[in-house]
Design a protein around this ligand. Structure first.
Ligand code: SF4
Length: 487
Protein backbone atom coordinates (compact mmCIF):
# COMPACT_ATOMS: atom_id res chain seq x y z
CA UNK A 1 0.00 0.00 0.00
CA UNK A 2 1.20 3.51 -0.80
CA UNK A 3 1.05 6.16 1.88
CA UNK A 4 0.48 9.63 0.52
CA UNK A 5 1.64 12.08 3.19
CA UNK A 6 0.46 15.22 1.52
CA UNK A 7 -0.32 18.83 2.36
CA UNK A 8 -3.15 18.68 -0.15
CA UNK A 9 -5.42 15.76 0.83
CA UNK A 10 -8.22 17.35 -1.18
CA UNK A 11 -6.46 16.02 -4.30
CA UNK A 12 -6.16 12.48 -2.93
CA UNK A 13 -8.22 10.86 -5.65
CA UNK A 14 -6.35 12.64 -8.47
CA UNK A 15 -2.99 11.75 -6.95
CA UNK A 16 -4.09 8.12 -6.67
CA UNK A 17 -4.84 8.18 -10.41
CA UNK A 18 -1.29 9.39 -11.11
CA UNK A 19 0.16 6.58 -8.98
CA UNK A 20 -1.95 4.05 -10.87
CA UNK A 21 -0.42 5.20 -14.16
CA UNK A 22 2.81 3.64 -12.94
CA UNK A 23 1.80 0.95 -10.47
CA UNK A 24 -1.51 -0.33 -11.86
CA UNK A 25 -4.39 -0.99 -9.47
CA UNK A 26 -2.42 -0.21 -6.30
CA UNK A 27 -4.00 0.60 -2.92
CA UNK A 28 -3.36 4.16 -1.69
CA UNK A 29 -3.98 5.68 1.73
CA UNK A 30 -3.60 9.06 3.42
CA UNK A 31 -2.71 7.55 6.79
CA UNK A 32 -0.78 4.30 6.35
CA UNK A 33 1.25 2.20 3.97
CA UNK A 34 4.64 0.67 3.44
CA UNK A 35 5.90 3.00 0.70
CA UNK A 36 5.73 6.66 1.64
CA UNK A 37 5.37 9.57 -0.78
CA UNK A 38 5.96 12.79 1.14
CA UNK A 39 4.60 16.08 -0.20
CA UNK A 40 4.97 19.70 0.89
CA UNK A 41 3.40 22.73 -0.67
CA UNK A 42 4.55 26.29 -0.16
CA UNK A 43 2.99 29.51 -1.36
CA UNK A 44 5.37 32.40 -0.79
CA UNK A 45 2.96 34.90 -2.29
CA UNK A 46 4.64 34.99 -5.65
CA UNK A 47 5.28 31.31 -6.30
CA UNK A 48 3.63 27.97 -5.73
CA UNK A 49 6.07 25.16 -5.01
CA UNK A 50 5.26 21.47 -4.76
CA UNK A 51 8.01 19.19 -3.44
CA UNK A 52 7.63 15.40 -3.47
CA UNK A 53 10.05 12.83 -2.07
CA UNK A 54 10.12 9.04 -1.95
CA UNK A 55 12.72 6.26 -1.82
CA UNK A 56 15.60 8.73 -1.77
CA UNK A 57 14.43 10.74 -4.80
CA UNK A 58 12.92 14.21 -4.93
CA UNK A 59 10.93 16.30 -7.38
CA UNK A 60 10.26 20.02 -7.04
CA UNK A 61 8.00 22.08 -9.27
CA UNK A 62 7.38 25.82 -9.01
CA UNK A 63 5.24 28.24 -10.97
CA UNK A 64 4.03 31.78 -10.47
CA UNK A 65 0.94 31.79 -8.26
CA UNK A 66 -2.35 32.24 -10.11
CA UNK A 67 -4.82 34.94 -9.11
CA UNK A 68 -7.69 33.80 -11.32
CA UNK A 69 -11.15 32.67 -10.29
CA UNK A 70 -11.41 30.08 -7.49
CA UNK A 71 -12.11 27.43 -10.14
CA UNK A 72 -8.99 28.38 -12.11
CA UNK A 73 -6.87 28.40 -8.96
CA UNK A 74 -8.11 24.94 -8.02
CA UNK A 75 -7.53 23.62 -11.53
CA UNK A 76 -3.97 24.92 -11.71
CA UNK A 77 -3.15 23.74 -8.20
CA UNK A 78 -4.33 20.27 -9.11
CA UNK A 79 -2.35 20.20 -12.34
CA UNK A 80 0.85 21.28 -10.64
CA UNK A 81 0.70 18.86 -7.72
CA UNK A 82 -0.07 15.99 -10.11
CA UNK A 83 2.71 16.98 -12.48
CA UNK A 84 5.24 17.17 -9.63
CA UNK A 85 4.26 13.68 -8.42
CA UNK A 86 4.35 12.40 -11.99
CA UNK A 87 7.89 13.72 -12.46
CA UNK A 88 9.02 11.85 -9.36
CA UNK A 89 7.35 8.62 -10.48
CA UNK A 90 8.91 8.87 -13.91
CA UNK A 91 12.26 9.28 -12.27
CA UNK A 92 11.68 6.34 -9.92
CA UNK A 93 10.31 3.88 -12.48
CA UNK A 94 11.86 4.99 -15.76
CA UNK A 95 8.40 4.63 -17.31
CA UNK A 96 6.84 7.16 -19.65
CA UNK A 97 3.04 6.73 -19.99
CA UNK A 98 1.69 7.64 -23.43
CA UNK A 99 -0.53 10.41 -22.08
CA UNK A 100 2.05 11.73 -19.61
CA UNK A 101 0.53 13.05 -16.42
CA UNK A 102 -2.97 13.38 -17.86
CA UNK A 103 -5.67 11.63 -15.86
CA UNK A 104 -9.29 12.52 -15.32
CA UNK A 105 -9.43 15.07 -18.11
CA UNK A 106 -10.08 14.79 -21.80
CA UNK A 107 -6.81 15.60 -23.56
CA UNK A 108 -8.64 17.53 -26.30
CA UNK A 109 -10.03 19.85 -23.66
CA UNK A 110 -6.51 21.00 -22.84
CA UNK A 111 -5.82 21.51 -26.50
CA UNK A 112 -8.91 23.67 -26.98
CA UNK A 113 -8.16 25.53 -23.76
CA UNK A 114 -4.76 26.49 -25.18
CA UNK A 115 -6.34 27.51 -28.48
CA UNK A 116 -8.96 29.61 -26.68
CA UNK A 117 -6.02 31.33 -24.97
CA UNK A 118 -4.76 32.47 -28.38
CA UNK A 119 -2.50 29.65 -29.60
CA UNK A 120 -2.73 28.22 -33.09
CA UNK A 121 -3.35 24.49 -33.47
CA UNK A 122 0.28 23.45 -33.90
CA UNK A 123 1.39 25.65 -31.02
CA UNK A 124 -1.36 24.22 -28.80
CA UNK A 125 -0.35 20.66 -29.68
CA UNK A 126 3.26 21.44 -28.76
CA UNK A 127 2.11 23.10 -25.52
CA UNK A 128 0.07 20.07 -24.39
CA UNK A 129 2.93 17.75 -25.29
CA UNK A 130 5.43 19.75 -23.29
CA UNK A 131 3.31 20.78 -20.30
CA UNK A 132 1.98 17.30 -19.53
CA UNK A 133 4.76 15.13 -20.97
CA UNK A 134 2.39 13.67 -23.57
CA UNK A 135 4.20 11.48 -26.12
CA UNK A 136 4.79 13.12 -29.53
CA UNK A 137 2.66 10.45 -31.12
CA UNK A 138 -0.33 11.14 -28.87
CA UNK A 139 0.13 14.88 -29.31
CA UNK A 140 -0.08 14.38 -33.09
CA UNK A 141 -3.26 12.37 -32.59
CA UNK A 142 -4.79 15.32 -30.74
CA UNK A 143 -3.96 17.61 -33.65
CA UNK A 144 -5.55 15.20 -36.14
CA UNK A 145 -8.71 14.99 -34.05
CA UNK A 146 -8.99 18.76 -33.76
CA UNK A 147 -8.71 19.05 -37.53
CA UNK A 148 -11.49 16.46 -37.99
CA UNK A 149 -13.70 18.26 -35.47
CA UNK A 150 -13.38 21.65 -37.16
CA UNK A 151 -16.87 22.94 -37.82
CA UNK A 152 -18.51 20.01 -36.00
CA UNK A 153 -17.61 20.69 -32.39
CA UNK A 154 -19.70 23.76 -31.73
CA UNK A 155 -23.44 23.31 -31.36
CA UNK A 156 -26.03 26.10 -31.69
CA UNK A 157 -26.91 27.55 -28.30
CA UNK A 158 -30.59 26.64 -28.47
CA UNK A 159 -29.89 22.92 -28.95
CA UNK A 160 -29.51 19.84 -26.82
CA UNK A 161 -28.60 16.23 -27.62
CA UNK A 162 -30.63 13.28 -26.40
CA UNK A 163 -29.59 9.92 -25.01
CA UNK A 164 -32.16 7.18 -24.55
CA UNK A 165 -30.97 4.06 -22.72
CA UNK A 166 -32.33 0.54 -23.18
CA UNK A 167 -30.49 -1.36 -20.44
CA UNK A 168 -31.06 -4.93 -21.63
CA UNK A 169 -28.67 -7.40 -23.21
CA UNK A 170 -29.06 -11.02 -24.27
CA UNK A 171 -26.09 -12.03 -22.12
CA UNK A 172 -23.65 -10.00 -20.07
CA UNK A 173 -20.16 -9.47 -21.48
CA UNK A 174 -17.39 -10.32 -19.02
CA UNK A 175 -15.92 -6.79 -19.19
CA UNK A 176 -19.27 -4.99 -18.86
CA UNK A 177 -19.62 -2.34 -16.19
CA UNK A 178 -22.68 -0.61 -17.63
CA UNK A 179 -26.03 -0.50 -15.91
CA UNK A 180 -27.31 -3.23 -18.14
CA UNK A 181 -29.07 -6.41 -17.14
CA UNK A 182 -29.62 -9.67 -18.91
CA UNK A 183 -33.04 -9.60 -20.49
CA UNK A 184 -33.90 -13.02 -19.03
CA UNK A 185 -37.58 -13.84 -19.45
CA UNK A 186 -38.25 -10.27 -20.62
CA UNK A 187 -40.70 -9.51 -17.81
CA UNK A 188 -39.07 -6.18 -17.01
CA UNK A 189 -39.24 -4.89 -20.56
CA UNK A 190 -42.87 -3.78 -20.61
CA UNK A 191 -42.76 -1.84 -17.31
CA UNK A 192 -39.45 -0.34 -18.39
CA UNK A 193 -40.74 0.80 -21.76
CA UNK A 194 -43.81 2.32 -20.12
CA UNK A 195 -41.63 4.23 -17.64
CA UNK A 196 -39.38 5.39 -20.45
CA UNK A 197 -42.36 6.64 -22.45
CA UNK A 198 -43.47 8.60 -19.39
CA UNK A 199 -40.01 10.11 -18.95
CA UNK A 200 -39.96 11.10 -22.63
CA UNK A 201 -43.36 12.74 -22.31
CA UNK A 202 -42.47 14.66 -19.16
CA UNK A 203 -39.16 15.80 -20.64
CA UNK A 204 -40.92 17.01 -23.78
CA UNK A 205 -42.49 19.64 -21.51
CA UNK A 206 -39.14 20.46 -19.90
CA UNK A 207 -37.41 21.10 -23.21
CA UNK A 208 -40.33 23.15 -24.52
CA UNK A 209 -40.18 25.27 -21.36
CA UNK A 210 -36.42 25.71 -21.80
CA UNK A 211 -36.95 26.70 -25.45
CA UNK A 212 -34.48 24.07 -26.69
CA UNK A 213 -34.59 21.87 -29.77
CA UNK A 214 -32.98 18.53 -30.42
CA UNK A 215 -29.82 18.36 -32.51
CA UNK A 216 -28.73 14.69 -32.34
CA UNK A 217 -30.43 11.66 -30.79
CA UNK A 218 -28.72 8.48 -29.63
CA UNK A 219 -30.36 5.27 -28.48
CA UNK A 220 -27.84 3.18 -26.58
CA UNK A 221 -27.69 0.64 -23.83
CA UNK A 222 -27.39 -2.16 -23.14
CA UNK A 223 -28.39 -3.26 -26.56
CA UNK A 224 -31.50 -1.43 -27.83
CA UNK A 225 -32.16 -4.19 -30.37
CA UNK A 226 -32.34 -6.74 -27.54
CA UNK A 227 -36.01 -5.76 -27.06
CA UNK A 228 -38.70 -6.55 -29.62
CA UNK A 229 -39.09 -4.57 -32.80
CA UNK A 230 -42.49 -3.31 -31.63
CA UNK A 231 -41.16 -2.11 -28.27
CA UNK A 232 -38.16 -0.38 -29.81
CA UNK A 233 -40.47 1.30 -32.31
CA UNK A 234 -42.70 2.58 -29.48
CA UNK A 235 -39.68 4.21 -27.84
CA UNK A 236 -38.29 5.67 -31.02
CA UNK A 237 -41.66 6.97 -32.21
CA UNK A 238 -42.32 8.65 -28.88
CA UNK A 239 -38.85 10.22 -28.73
CA UNK A 240 -39.03 11.52 -32.27
CA UNK A 241 -42.52 12.94 -31.70
CA UNK A 242 -41.48 14.63 -28.44
CA UNK A 243 -38.22 16.00 -29.83
CA UNK A 244 -38.59 16.51 -33.59
CA UNK A 245 -36.10 17.92 -36.07
CA UNK A 246 -32.87 16.08 -35.17
CA UNK A 247 -30.22 16.03 -37.88
CA UNK A 248 -28.87 12.69 -36.69
CA UNK A 249 -30.33 9.60 -35.02
CA UNK A 250 -28.05 6.78 -33.97
CA UNK A 251 -29.25 3.42 -32.68
CA UNK A 252 -26.79 0.94 -31.28
CA UNK A 253 -27.74 -2.36 -32.84
CA UNK A 254 -24.71 -3.55 -30.93
CA UNK A 255 -25.04 -7.31 -30.77
CA UNK A 256 -25.37 -8.91 -34.20
CA UNK A 257 -27.52 -11.69 -32.72
CA UNK A 258 -30.24 -9.16 -31.86
CA UNK A 259 -30.53 -7.78 -35.38
CA UNK A 260 -33.01 -8.96 -37.97
CA UNK A 261 -34.56 -7.61 -41.15
CA UNK A 262 -37.74 -6.36 -39.42
CA UNK A 263 -35.83 -4.31 -36.88
CA UNK A 264 -33.50 -2.84 -39.48
CA UNK A 265 -36.40 -1.92 -41.79
CA UNK A 266 -38.23 -0.30 -38.89
CA UNK A 267 -35.13 1.74 -37.92
CA UNK A 268 -34.59 2.81 -41.52
CA UNK A 269 -38.25 3.76 -41.98
CA UNK A 270 -38.19 5.78 -38.75
CA UNK A 271 -35.34 7.87 -40.13
CA UNK A 272 -32.47 6.42 -38.11
CA UNK A 273 -29.39 7.76 -39.89
CA UNK A 274 -26.66 5.76 -38.19
CA UNK A 275 -26.41 2.34 -36.57
CA UNK A 276 -23.67 0.46 -34.80
CA UNK A 277 -23.01 -3.23 -35.43
CA UNK A 278 -20.33 -4.24 -32.99
CA UNK A 279 -18.10 -7.25 -33.57
CA UNK A 280 -15.64 -6.37 -30.72
CA UNK A 281 -13.52 -9.17 -32.21
CA UNK A 282 -13.95 -11.64 -35.06
CA UNK A 283 -12.45 -14.49 -33.05
CA UNK A 284 -15.20 -16.91 -32.01
CA UNK A 285 -13.02 -18.27 -29.21
CA UNK A 286 -12.63 -14.83 -27.71
CA UNK A 287 -16.32 -14.05 -28.16
CA UNK A 288 -17.16 -17.16 -26.15
CA UNK A 289 -14.59 -16.29 -23.51
CA UNK A 290 -16.01 -12.79 -23.01
CA UNK A 291 -19.60 -14.00 -22.82
CA UNK A 292 -21.00 -12.71 -26.10
CA UNK A 293 -23.49 -15.11 -27.58
CA UNK A 294 -22.71 -14.51 -31.25
CA UNK A 295 -20.06 -15.40 -33.81
CA UNK A 296 -17.94 -13.38 -36.19
CA UNK A 297 -19.98 -14.76 -39.09
CA UNK A 298 -23.20 -13.40 -37.57
CA UNK A 299 -21.59 -9.95 -37.42
CA UNK A 300 -20.78 -10.12 -41.11
CA UNK A 301 -24.32 -11.25 -41.95
CA UNK A 302 -25.97 -8.52 -39.85
CA UNK A 303 -23.71 -5.89 -41.37
CA UNK A 304 -24.41 -7.04 -44.95
CA UNK A 305 -28.14 -7.10 -44.28
CA UNK A 306 -28.00 -3.51 -43.01
CA UNK A 307 -26.12 -2.42 -46.10
CA UNK A 308 -28.59 -4.20 -48.37
CA UNK A 309 -31.44 -2.40 -46.64
CA UNK A 310 -29.85 0.95 -47.37
CA UNK A 311 -27.95 2.02 -44.22
CA UNK A 312 -25.13 4.24 -45.42
CA UNK A 313 -23.66 5.11 -42.02
CA UNK A 314 -22.64 2.06 -40.02
CA UNK A 315 -20.21 2.06 -37.12
CA UNK A 316 -18.30 -0.92 -35.78
CA UNK A 317 -16.78 -1.13 -32.30
CA UNK A 318 -13.73 -3.29 -31.77
CA UNK A 319 -11.69 -3.88 -28.61
CA UNK A 320 -7.92 -4.19 -28.31
CA UNK A 321 -6.34 -6.30 -25.56
CA UNK A 322 -9.25 -8.68 -25.02
CA UNK A 323 -8.17 -11.51 -22.70
CA UNK A 324 -6.34 -14.28 -24.48
CA UNK A 325 -5.87 -12.31 -27.72
CA UNK A 326 -2.50 -11.56 -29.26
CA UNK A 327 -1.48 -9.17 -32.02
CA UNK A 328 -2.22 -11.81 -34.67
CA UNK A 329 -5.84 -12.20 -33.43
CA UNK A 330 -6.30 -8.45 -33.39
CA UNK A 331 -4.81 -8.16 -36.87
CA UNK A 332 -7.42 -10.63 -38.15
CA UNK A 333 -10.14 -8.43 -36.66
CA UNK A 334 -8.65 -5.38 -38.40
CA UNK A 335 -8.53 -7.34 -41.67
CA UNK A 336 -12.20 -8.23 -41.37
CA UNK A 337 -13.12 -4.62 -40.59
CA UNK A 338 -11.17 -3.40 -43.60
CA UNK A 339 -12.95 -5.89 -45.86
CA UNK A 340 -16.40 -4.86 -44.60
CA UNK A 341 -15.55 -1.13 -44.81
CA UNK A 342 -17.94 0.36 -42.24
CA UNK A 343 -18.26 4.16 -42.25
CA UNK A 344 -16.76 4.51 -38.82
CA UNK A 345 -14.79 2.30 -36.47
CA UNK A 346 -14.42 2.84 -32.74
CA UNK A 347 -11.30 1.23 -31.32
CA UNK A 348 -11.51 0.61 -27.59
CA UNK A 349 -8.70 -0.40 -25.28
CA UNK A 350 -10.09 -2.94 -22.86
CA UNK A 351 -10.97 -1.34 -19.53
CA UNK A 352 -11.39 -3.81 -16.70
CA UNK A 353 -13.51 -1.93 -14.22
CA UNK A 354 -13.99 -3.22 -10.72
CA UNK A 355 -17.69 -3.84 -11.26
CA UNK A 356 -17.06 -6.21 -14.17
CA UNK A 357 -17.06 -9.98 -14.05
CA UNK A 358 -13.70 -9.97 -15.76
CA UNK A 359 -12.19 -8.10 -12.83
CA UNK A 360 -13.32 -10.89 -10.51
CA UNK A 361 -12.11 -13.59 -12.89
CA UNK A 362 -8.70 -11.99 -13.11
CA UNK A 363 -8.55 -11.61 -9.35
CA UNK A 364 -9.18 -15.34 -9.01
CA UNK A 365 -7.22 -16.66 -11.96
CA UNK A 366 -4.53 -13.97 -12.19
CA UNK A 367 -2.61 -13.47 -15.35
CA UNK A 368 -3.24 -17.05 -16.43
CA UNK A 369 -6.61 -15.81 -17.70
CA UNK A 370 -4.79 -14.27 -20.62
CA UNK A 371 -4.51 -10.63 -19.67
CA UNK A 372 -2.66 -8.73 -22.39
CA UNK A 373 0.49 -6.86 -21.33
CA UNK A 374 0.84 -3.07 -21.51
CA UNK A 375 3.21 -3.47 -24.43
CA UNK A 376 0.85 -5.84 -26.25
CA UNK A 377 -2.07 -3.44 -25.80
CA UNK A 378 0.04 -0.51 -27.03
CA UNK A 379 1.10 -2.48 -30.09
CA UNK A 380 -2.50 -3.30 -30.98
CA UNK A 381 -3.66 0.29 -30.59
CA UNK A 382 -0.76 1.55 -32.72
CA UNK A 383 -1.53 -1.06 -35.36
CA UNK A 384 -5.21 -0.06 -35.48
CA UNK A 385 -4.28 3.58 -35.96
CA UNK A 386 -1.77 2.80 -38.69
CA UNK A 387 -4.07 0.44 -40.58
CA UNK A 388 -7.25 2.49 -40.31
CA UNK A 389 -5.66 5.78 -41.31
CA UNK A 390 -3.89 4.07 -44.24
CA UNK A 391 -7.32 2.89 -45.41
CA UNK A 392 -9.00 6.30 -45.23
CA UNK A 393 -10.53 6.49 -41.75
CA UNK A 394 -9.57 9.52 -39.68
CA UNK A 395 -9.61 9.88 -35.87
CA UNK A 396 -12.41 12.25 -34.83
CA UNK A 397 -12.94 11.81 -31.10
CA UNK A 398 -11.18 10.19 -28.22
CA UNK A 399 -11.71 9.48 -24.58
CA UNK A 400 -9.90 7.71 -21.82
CA UNK A 401 -11.20 5.71 -18.91
CA UNK A 402 -9.80 4.47 -15.67
CA UNK A 403 -8.43 0.92 -15.61
CA UNK A 404 -7.72 0.94 -19.31
CA UNK A 405 -5.20 -1.51 -20.76
CA UNK A 406 -1.80 0.22 -20.95
CA UNK A 407 -3.25 3.65 -20.00
CA UNK A 408 -4.21 4.06 -23.62
CA UNK A 409 -7.35 5.54 -25.19
CA UNK A 410 -10.53 4.84 -27.10
CA UNK A 411 -10.62 6.49 -30.50
CA UNK A 412 -13.46 6.92 -32.96
CA UNK A 413 -12.35 6.87 -36.60
CA UNK A 414 -14.63 7.93 -39.45
CA UNK A 415 -14.58 8.24 -43.19
CA UNK A 416 -14.95 11.84 -44.43
CA UNK A 417 -18.46 13.16 -43.69
CA UNK A 418 -19.30 10.30 -41.32
CA UNK A 419 -18.23 11.69 -37.95
CA UNK A 420 -21.02 11.30 -35.37
CA UNK A 421 -22.16 14.67 -33.99
CA UNK A 422 -23.52 13.12 -30.81
CA UNK A 423 -20.16 11.53 -30.01
CA UNK A 424 -18.28 14.77 -30.57
CA UNK A 425 -20.73 16.90 -28.57
CA UNK A 426 -20.82 14.43 -25.71
CA UNK A 427 -17.06 13.90 -25.48
CA UNK A 428 -16.09 17.52 -26.01
CA UNK A 429 -18.91 18.75 -23.77
CA UNK A 430 -20.04 21.39 -26.21
CA UNK A 431 -23.74 20.60 -25.91
CA UNK A 432 -26.07 19.63 -23.07
CA UNK A 433 -27.24 16.02 -23.07
CA UNK A 434 -30.70 15.10 -21.85
CA UNK A 435 -30.40 11.45 -20.84
CA UNK A 436 -33.39 9.19 -20.29
CA UNK A 437 -33.67 5.65 -18.94
CA UNK A 438 -32.14 3.66 -16.09
CA UNK A 439 -28.57 4.70 -15.31
CA UNK A 440 -28.57 7.52 -17.87
CA UNK A 441 -26.81 10.70 -16.74
CA UNK A 442 -28.06 14.07 -17.90
CA UNK A 443 -25.19 16.57 -18.32
CA UNK A 444 -26.17 20.20 -18.44
CA UNK A 445 -23.82 22.95 -19.57
CA UNK A 446 -23.89 26.42 -18.07
CA UNK A 447 -22.03 29.33 -19.67
CA UNK A 448 -20.60 27.07 -22.40
CA UNK A 449 -18.82 29.96 -24.08
CA UNK A 450 -17.05 31.00 -20.89
CA UNK A 451 -13.67 29.87 -19.63
CA UNK A 452 -15.24 28.49 -16.49
CA UNK A 453 -17.70 26.20 -18.18
CA UNK A 454 -19.84 24.63 -15.50
CA UNK A 455 -21.39 21.21 -15.98
CA UNK A 456 -24.10 19.86 -13.72
CA UNK A 457 -25.19 16.25 -13.75
CA UNK A 458 -28.55 14.65 -13.00
CA UNK A 459 -28.14 10.87 -12.83
CA UNK A 460 -31.04 8.46 -13.12
CA UNK A 461 -31.01 5.48 -10.78
CA UNK A 462 -29.30 2.44 -12.29
CA UNK A 463 -31.58 -0.30 -11.03
CA UNK A 464 -34.36 -1.00 -13.53
CA UNK A 465 -37.12 -1.65 -10.99
CA UNK A 466 -36.14 1.45 -9.00
CA UNK A 467 -36.21 3.48 -12.19
CA UNK A 468 -39.70 2.23 -13.04
CA UNK A 469 -40.95 3.19 -9.57
CA UNK A 470 -39.21 6.56 -9.39
CA UNK A 471 -39.37 7.85 -12.93
CA UNK A 472 -41.22 11.06 -11.96
CA UNK A 473 -38.50 11.80 -9.42
CA UNK A 474 -35.88 11.36 -12.18
CA UNK A 475 -37.59 14.09 -14.15
CA UNK A 476 -37.76 16.36 -11.09
CA UNK A 477 -33.99 15.92 -10.66
CA UNK A 478 -33.49 17.12 -14.21
CA UNK A 479 -35.81 20.08 -13.68
CA UNK A 480 -33.84 21.13 -10.60
CA UNK A 481 -30.57 21.03 -12.53
CA UNK A 482 -31.81 22.63 -15.73
CA UNK A 483 -33.82 25.42 -14.11
CA UNK A 484 -31.72 25.89 -10.99
CA UNK A 485 -32.28 29.25 -9.41
CA UNK A 486 -35.23 29.94 -11.68
CA UNK A 487 -37.96 28.68 -9.36
S1 SF4 B 1 -23.32 -5.45 -25.00
FE1 SF4 B 1 -22.47 -3.70 -23.90
S2 SF4 B 1 -23.98 -3.21 -22.34
FE2 SF4 B 1 -24.42 -5.30 -23.07
S3 SF4 B 1 -23.38 -6.64 -21.64
FE3 SF4 B 1 -21.98 -6.26 -23.37
S4 SF4 B 1 -20.74 -4.51 -22.75
FE4 SF4 B 1 -22.50 -4.60 -21.40
Amino acid sequence: MIWLRTDAPQFFSDLGDVLRLFYGDVAVSLSEGDTVFEHHFTDDGGNWTDAWASQGRRSVLSRPACDGTPLEVKRLRKRQIKQALYNLLRDLTGMRPPWGSLTGIRPTRLLYEAMDGGMGLEEAVAHVQQAFDVSPDRARLLGEIARMQAGLREAPEDCFDLYVGIPFCKTRCAYCSFSSGEIGDGSLVEPYVRALLREIELCRGLMAEAGLRLRAGYVGGGTPTAISCADLERVLTAAQAAFPGAVEWTVEAGRPDTIDGDKLRMLRDRGVTRISVNPQTFSDDTLRRIGRAHTGRETVEAYRLARTLGFDDINMDIIAALPGEDVADFTRTLDAVRDLAPDSVTVHSLAIKRSSRLHEQLAVAGKGYGQVSREGAAEMIALARERLTADGWRPYYLYRQKYMAGNLENVGYAKPGKACLYNIGNMEETVSVLALGAGAITKWLFDPKQRDLRIERAPNVRNIEEYVRRVDEMVRRKREVIFQGKG
